[in-house]
Design a protein around this ligand. Structure first.
Ligand code: ZN
Length: 413
């Protein structure tokens, strides 16, 4: 890890509607050390002139599934662990090359997987995990169709599955404790029907109120929080009332519930790009017919939900939630949101707001002293045109993660 001095950095992090005045940024020991008008390099320092670029903190995607190699999650759950491990590592590397230096996995990646990735031979984003998502029998990670009588024992032990099946207060508490014991940073609850599972229409409420309260208590007991998979207004309101903090998707939220969630200190994590791609690419990538029929139940209200949450003052973190071969569209969520939200708001969803959601404020999503040295040099100002962040990282001249240079290609175009 070299000491790095970035000269003439005009920082954009979504907190203002134009690039900040140029400063020098010194990176060392994997952290941002200082910012100042004219910092002097040491003898060993690598100097990067950012005058022709804009500078951003590394981006955060707060809803990914790194182990989802396949769009069909039943097929994915049957893949052998070594196949999933290498496939997931490669997908994570590509996330980093799109500028995402931190990703939050919402079901599937385990503590053991994360530890293995610490020894990966290629650079990867920082991984924040929930372990396996908690689902009731017939819920959003139960991949058995109505005619399937196979048992779910050992289901959660396979790396390619998204969740663990648990029912009743005793089992959900035990499953929650097991996730935290094995390294989870937070808890994921499947509290509503979902698109990619066969037995739960969108309107289904997942778990009883009693079970939700028990899972939230288990998360709070370890100083963490609960995230829940949610679409319908009933499901969202019930989750907020039960103390869930991270509200995933929220496509069908009403203004009243959005205000309730904002007052309760919740953060939403919409994932609209995934419904666009499930519709356009899902069938050719093996999405089952039962899932295709459900996509429009949530897709058509997506943009409206962004405006409702914005007006209610409910903060939104960046999420993509893409599966398998759809993952290259990870950065497409920026452009979708920019159709209805101001660009600084869209950018802050992947910086400050996501950092707050992950309980990592000051460490990620910012270039303040003490933060991880996660830095992007962008070829054009995303406040003028956010599509510069799209694609596979072509708009990024440099990517630095924890002080290590991952990419350096300083051509201005
Ligand atoms: Zn998800």
């Amino acid at each position: 890890m070299t000491d790095i001095l970035i000269k003439a950095a005009r920082i954009i992090d979504g907190s203002t509607d134009r690039a900040q005045d140029a400063v020098d940024i010194r990176l060392a020991d994997g952290l941002v050390q200082e910012l100042g008008p004219t910092l002097a390099p040491g003898a060993e320092t690598m100097v990067i002139d950012a005058a022709d670029h804009v500078v951003m903190p590394g981006l955060v995607d707060a809803h990914v599934h790194v182990n989802a190699l396949e769009v069909n999650l039943k097929v994915n759950g049957q893949l052998p662990d070594p196949i999933v491990t290498i496939g997931a590592m490669n997908m994570m590397h590509r996330m980093l090359m799109r500028g995402f230096t931190t990703v939050r996995d919402l079901g599937g990646a385990t503590g053991a997987f994360r530890q293995a990735m610490d020894a990966a031979p290629i650079p990867l984003p920082r991984l924040n995990i929930c372990g396996k998502a908690l689902s009731q029998t017939g819920g959003h990670t139960d991949q058995r169709g109505p005619l399937d009588r196979s048992p779910t024992d050992g289901y959660q032990d396979r790396l390619g599955t998204m969740g663990v099946i648990c029912d009743g207060v005793g089992e959900v508490r035990q499953a929650a404790r097991e996730q935290f014991r094995t390294g989870a940073d937070f808890l994921k609850i499947m509290a509503n029907g979902g698109v990619s599972s066969p037995s739960d229409p969108i309107h289904f409420l997942g778990f009883s109120r009693e079970e939700l309260l028990a899972m939230v208590e288990e998360a709070n007991n370890v100083g963490s929080y609960a995230a829940a998979h949610l679409y319908t207004d009933d499901a969202i309101r019930r989750a907020v009332e039960c103390g869930v903090r991270s509200l995933e998707h929220c496509n069908l939220i009403t203004a009243e519930t959005a205000r309730l969630a904002a007052a309760a200190g919740c953060i939403a994590c919409p994932t609209l790009i995934t419904y666009e791609k499930l519709m356009s690419e899902g069938p050719s990538l093996g999405l089952p017919q039962a899932s295709i029929a459900k996509v429009d139940d949530v897709r058509l209200k997506g943009l409206e939900s962004l405006s409702i949450m914005q007006e209610a003052g409910l903060p939104m973190a960046y999420g993509s939630d893409l599966l398998g071969g759809m993952q290259p569209h990870q950065s497409g969520e920026f452009e979708i949101r920019a159709q209805v939200l101001p660009i600084p708001t869209v950018i802050s969803s992947a910086t400050h707001v996501a950092a707050q959601l992950l309980n990592m404020e000051g460490a990620i999503g910012t270039l303040a002293p003490g933060a991880f040295a996660d830095v992007l040099l962008v070829r054009r100002d995303p406040l003028d045109d956010v599509s510069i962040l799209s694609g596979q990282g072509e708009g990024l001249a440099a990517i630095v993660k924890a002080g290590n240079i991952v990419k350096m290609d300083m051509r201005t175009q």
